[in-house]
Design a protein around this ligand. Structure first.
Ligand code: SDX
Length: 391
């Protein structure tokens, strides 16, 4: 395509695939989902509508939206047998380990009668995954803390339902705070898709073998877990705890540590392989952070103060300016999730839950457009040919 999407031949040679779902202009700090800028979507849309857009390429009509969100609501419950999957894990297992195992296990329930060459069956798989991820994710948390699983409720919207299953219990009614539910929904939107990141590429690679979508999504969850990728939001909170106070001298000490090549410490939540300008999601996340902490009376939260000072000092530092390192989507998300009461070991689970629609949209696009098995090549750096020594 000409204009916005003209690529130089060098870039084309390095591209791993063609896709029409999400476009990132790293230099301009621009993120488009099917052509719509993420900040406009975050302002005017919701996660379910964004799921429809990512899956089908256009915004739904009111009627299509009602049908789609109703179908998702009716697929939120999971097979009762799946409860037994959780019981095989230790109670203190990391929720990402549990989620990875349980989602892969869904293949045992939905794989046999699934023909991925049929578009309608691919869409049913996608709906099942988008609908069930909040239930499975909340079950990871409930299992971890020894509380009973909460069933989803069809009278709640997507983010309200998740909060209900996370924080509700059978002994009392749980009232969802609409400000928190809106913030949760926006966090889901900001994590929904991001072009060919490591975990999405993993899903496409697994899908290129013809593997069933549940196994492919489980592979994506595994790839996302790493601290350089989806695990960064959990690592940001640990970093803010390590920094400890927002004095300029203390923060500068940690910024200098991050610049020291001999020191493995990096500023978690900073930098990005593609963005050489601000990450547009980080700006929306920062506004959401102020909204949520304001709503909860936590505007003076110590970690928020450290994060804001750290961002301010780092953005004035030559090293970060030269390398165009800015806060990314993970820098503020952890502070919001912690303020909502979500334990840090669930942060990447929420990222995985939100990213499922991106993963499955890329998987569906690849299968729809025809695909060959992915087979990356290498630059061989080993021994020349040599004979086995005769004994
Ligand atoms: C996500 O791909 C995606 O789209 C991912 C994601 C998505 O939505 O799927 O956006 C989600 O993964 C966001 C990133 C979350 N990770 C972190 O916040 C971890 C901290 N960030 C760094 O590990 C790093 O910035 C990466 C992993 C994000 C990017 O790694 P790159 O591409 O190898 O970094 P780079 O090439 O841009 O680095 C350029 C320079 C290097 O120094 P020099 O060799 O030039 O001297 O900047 C340095 C890096 O060492 N650098 C940092 C730094 N990030 C890069 N120095 C200190 N602190 C940092 N955070």
């Amino acid at each position: 395509a000409e204009g916005l999407f003209t690529y130089d031949p060098g870039f084309v040679a390095t591209a791993s695939c063609e896709s029409g779902i999400t476009y990132i202009d790293g230099a301009a700090g621009m993120l488009l989902h099917r052509g719509y800028p993420i900040d406009q979507l975050a302002e005017n849309s919701d996660y379910v509508e964004l799921c429809y857009l990512l899956m089908f390429g256009e915004l739904p009509s009111d009627e299509e939206y009602e049908t789609f969100s109703g179908t998702i609501a009716r697929h939120t419950m999971v097979h009762e047998q799946i409860v037994n999957f959780y019981k095989g894990f230790r109670r203190d297992a990391h929720p990402m380990a549990v989620l990875c195992g349980v989602v892969g296990g869904l293949a045992a329930f939905y794989h046999d009668n699934l023909d991925i060459t049929q578009a309608d069956q691919r869409h049913v798989s996608a709906i099942r995954l988008i609908a069930k991820m909040p239930t499975l994710a909340a079950m990871c948390h409930k299992y971890n803390i020894g509380q009973p699983f909460m069933y989803p409720r069809n009278d709640l919207n997507y983010s309200e339902n998740f909060l209900h299953m996370m924080f509700g219990n059978p002994c009392e009614n749980y009232e969802v705070n609409p400000v928190i539910a809106k913030a949760m929904d926006r966090i889901f939107m900001l994590h929904a898709d991001h072009e060919q990141n490591a975990s999405t590429s993993t899903v496409r690679m697994a899908g290129s073998t013809g593997a069933n979508p549940f196994a492919c999504i489980s592979a994506g969850i595994a790839a996302l877990w790493g601290p350089a990728h989806g695990g960064a939001n959990e690592a940001v909170l640990a970093m803010l705890d390590e920094i400890g106070d927002d004095s300029e001298e203390n923060i500068q000490r940690f910024i200098d540590k991050a610049k020291d090549k001999d020191d493995p410490f990096k500023l978690m939540g900073f930098g990005h392989r593609v963005y050489r300008n601000f990450d547009p999601r980080a700006n929306v996340m920062k506004e959401t952070c102020d909204e949520v902490l304001g709503e909860l009376g936590l505007g003076n939260d110590p970690q928020l103060q450290i994060a804001k000072r750290l961002e301010q000092i780092a953005l004035e530092d030559e090293y970060f300016i030269e390398r165009k390192l800015y806060p990314n989507v993970d820098f503020y998300s952890g502070i919001i999730l912690k303020a909502i009461g979500i334990p840090t070991n669930m942060f990447t689970v929420i990222f995985a839950m939100a990213r499922t629609v991106g993963w499955i949209s890329h998987w569906n696009e690849m299968i729809t457009n025809g695909y060959r098995i992915s087979r990356p090549r290498q630059l061989y750096t080993g021994h020349d040919k040599r004979d086995y020594p005769q004994k």
